[in-house]
Design a protein around this ligand. Structure first.
Ligand SMILES: Cc1ncc(COP(=O)(O)O)c(C=O)c1O
Length: 382
């Protein structure tokens, strides 16, 4: 098999529609014609692939297949958002009366999905510290069916021990689902480390250009099939154009990530030298590939004014998202983690001085200068 960077660029074609075009055309259609009742029937026997775009469309199929291929997974399905990817992955495994154990340092939207929505379906949950596998094991119950975590957590960048978690899950006949949004397939491939399903907000590094909201579920073929069926019933399908945009963005994942990770490592090293920054969250090398394209900092409010810091960031925009080619910042307690109870945020260390920096592909020198200027302008000593 060819190497990762080559796989990212050369996604396999769909034989049923391949007409030799270099890129896949956009199949902006809600349905596909059948020339006879026999041909119509062949959709249900599996010979004809396309009938109705909520069920199957060449562009949405291409995105699911592409992420599965580059992550070494068996199958994939694209969805309308990262949240719908997580939802159908959960529903592929969980039934009313079941229980899941999730890491407590979760993205706020996932926290709400688990505590406000799954609970309405009669699905129970326990959130614990996943940096301690004993805690995870202790939280399992006779009705526990799955373990859920993030490969690199949002926003404090804890690197999950996926292999350890998957081994624990297998010992208890549990399913492991990993949200791989922050690492992207470039830094981590959870399926190859034993996860059963991997979910992505393709809105982030997979799309890479902040112009699409999308999600993907990849992993074991049987579970992806179940997730896909849930998605067809619930209507979590991605539109063809959005899928096309995400697939186009995906082709440059390696080169974007290489630059973003390198810029992020330099920015993290610089920020560690500043007394105005109380803490720099930046992980160690992952799989020999790099660290993270996100740097999270905690400002020292003894030295810097938080509000002034945000206003002083010149071309760096305040954006409640991440992973585009531009460097952006977000304020965790008022956006991504607003839904988490304050006591939990306090316990995790997500306080109002925590800022998540999504590092872009600009020149390293300009990025560092923008943050240096903001620190100096917002300095309480100035
Ligand atoms: C780690 C993580 N998972 C899932 C999501 C949800 O993705 P989407 O906004 O595409 O639904 C987000 C959104 O920020 C996220 O950060």
């Amino acid at each position: 098999m060819v190497e990762f960077n080559t796989r990212v660029v050369h996604i396999s074609k769909d034989d049923q529609i391949d007409n030799g075009s270099k890129t896949t055309p956009i199949y902006q259609t809600s349905a596909f014609q059948s020339k006879s009742l026999e041909e119509l029937e062949s959709f249900y026997t599996g010979d004809k692939r396309y009938l109705y775009s909520r069920i199957d469309n060449p562009n949405t199929n291409e995105l699911g297949r592409a992420v599965a291929e580059i992550e070494g997974a068996k199958a994939g399905v694209a969805t309308s958002s990262g949240m719908s990817a997580i939802l159908i992955a959960f529903l592929a495994v969980l039934k009313p009366g079941d229980h899941l154990v999730a890491c407590w340092d979760l993205y706020g939207g996932t926290y709400q999905l688990i505590t406000e929505e799954l609970s309405d379906f009669g699905i129970q949950s326990t959130l614990v510290d996943f940096s301690n596998l004993n805690e995870v094991e202790k939280a399992t119950q006779p009705n526990t069916k799955l373990l859920f975590s993030e490969s690199i957590t949002n926003p404090l960048l804890r690197v999950e021990n996926i292999a350890g978690l998957a081994a624990l899950a297998k010992a208890h006949q549990l399913v492991t689902i990993i949200d791989n949004t922050f690492a992207s397939p470039y830094l981590r491939q959870p399926f190859l480390q034993g996860a059963d399903l991997v979910v992505h907000s393709a809105t982030k590094y997979i799309g890479g250009h902040s112009d699409v909201t999308a999600g993907v579920v990849v992993g074991r073929a049987d579970l992806v099939e179940k997730a896909k069926t849930k998605g067809v019933h619930l209507g979590t399908t991605l539109s063809p154009f959005e899928a096309w945009l995400a697939s186009r963005g995906l082709k440059t994942l390696s080169v974007r990530m290489e630059r973003q990770v390198s810029n992020a490592a330099s920015l993290a090293a610089y920020l560690k030298t500043r007394q105005e920054i109380k803490h720099v969250y930046y992980p160690e090398l992952i799989n020999g590939k790099g660290q993270s394209a996100i740097v999270t900092i905690e400002l020292n409010d003894q030295f810097v004014d938080l509000s002034l810091f945000f206003k002083s960031l010149s071309w760096v925009k305040i954006i409640a998202s991440l992973a585009g080619v531009e460097t952006t910042v977000s304020h965790s307690t008022t956006t991504s983690h607003r839904a988490l109870p304050k006591e939990l945020c306090d316990k995790l260390g997500i306080n109002q001085n925590v800022i998540r920096i999504s590092v872009g592909i600009e020149d390293e020198k300009d990025i560092i200068q923008a943050f240096e200027e903001a620190i100096l302008k917002a300095s309480k000593k100035a």
